[in-house]
Design a protein around this ligand. Structure first.
Ligand SMILES: NC(=O)c1ccc[n+]([C@@H]2O[C@H](COP(=O)([O-])OP(=O)(O)OC[C@H]3O[C@@H](n4cnc5c(N)ncnc54)[C@H](OP(=O)(O)O)[C@@H]3O)[C@@H](O)[C@H]2O)c1
Length: 227
């Protein structure tokens, strides 16, 4: 069974449709985007552990899967140089990207440990590797995922659970749509492969991590050579 946060748009939606299309059991969340609520798509604010835990526990109790993959796609960004940053917006990025990812992991881990199987995949970014002006909150939230991943991976390695990140460069999907055309051109010019990433590469990498039991506590850099 697959649990995917941020399944209303972008990468989360892509993965939700991909795994659903393969006939697998997939459940996703949305927050603000209007989507039709269904048995498979629930409104959950990942900042609230209570909401996350209700969503995860009710599904696990009803479905009792023997395999569980958790894919943390919910994310936001906030652009501001640090000396002018709005503190609330800064904190909100940490709450969604870092604490939100931990909330789902915290909710899913006890069950994964019971069934001796789990795949946890977080979406991190090239931004903290590279250093990009205006991204202190986003960068801190994504770098935080690396530490969290390493620790939780070794805590659960003997239980058939793997925990990894995909450090994305710039992809032709999702939040990239908010980037102004002019800035986008400058980004593409820096990518050694010479173009934005094709979303199919994300699907392929998620499948790779889901199907591999021996990669854990690390990140895959999926970025067209951009560092
Ligand atoms: N696209 C890229 O090139 C790229 C590059 C590097 C990293 N990433 C990372 O990949 C992940 C997915 O990005 P994306 O491009 O698909 O972004 P996106 O299209 O903006 O989608 C973000 C998703 O996060 C959900 N979300 C936001 N706040 C939430 C909250 N408080 N609670 C629950 N869900 C919330 C949104 O739900 P609602 O709309 O329903 O509120 C939406 O489904 C993010 O972590 C992002 O940082 C993306």
């Amino acid at each position: 069974m697959y649990l995917i946060t941020g399944a209303s748009k972008g990468i989360g939606r892509l993965l939700f449709n991909h795994f659903t299309g393969k006939g697998l059991k997939v459940f996703g969340t949305y927050n603000n985007t209007q989507v039709e609520e269904s048995n498979n798509l629930s409104k959950v604010d990942v900042r609230s552990f209570e909401e996350v835990n209700n969503w995860v526990s009710s599904l696990l109790t009803a479905e009792k899967p023997d395999k569980l993959s958790l894919i943390n796609c919910a994310g936001i960004s906030y652009n501001s140089v640090a000396h002018k940053a709005d503190l609330q917006k800064w904190e909100d990025v940490i709450s969604v990207n870092l604490i939100g990812s931990f909330n789902t992991i915290r909710a899913g881990l006890p069950y994964m440990r019971e069934i001796n199987h789990g795949r946890i995949i977080n979406f991190s970014s090239v931004v903290p590797q590279k250093g990009v002006i205006g991204t202190s909150a986003y960068s801190a939230s994504k770098a935080g995922l690396w530490g969290l991943t390493k620790t939780i991976a070794i805590e659960n390695a003997s239980k058939g659970i793997t925990v990894n990140n995909i450090n994305l460069g710039y992809f032709n999907i999702g939040m990239i749509e908010q980037v102004p055309e002019e800035f986008l051109g400058k980004i593409v010019a820096q990518i050694p492969v010479g173009k934005l990433g094709d979303p199919g590469n994300i699907i392929q990498t998620v499948e790779y991590l889901v199907n591999n039991e021996y990669i854990t506590g690390t990140s895959i850099d999926l970025n067209g050579g951009l560092y």
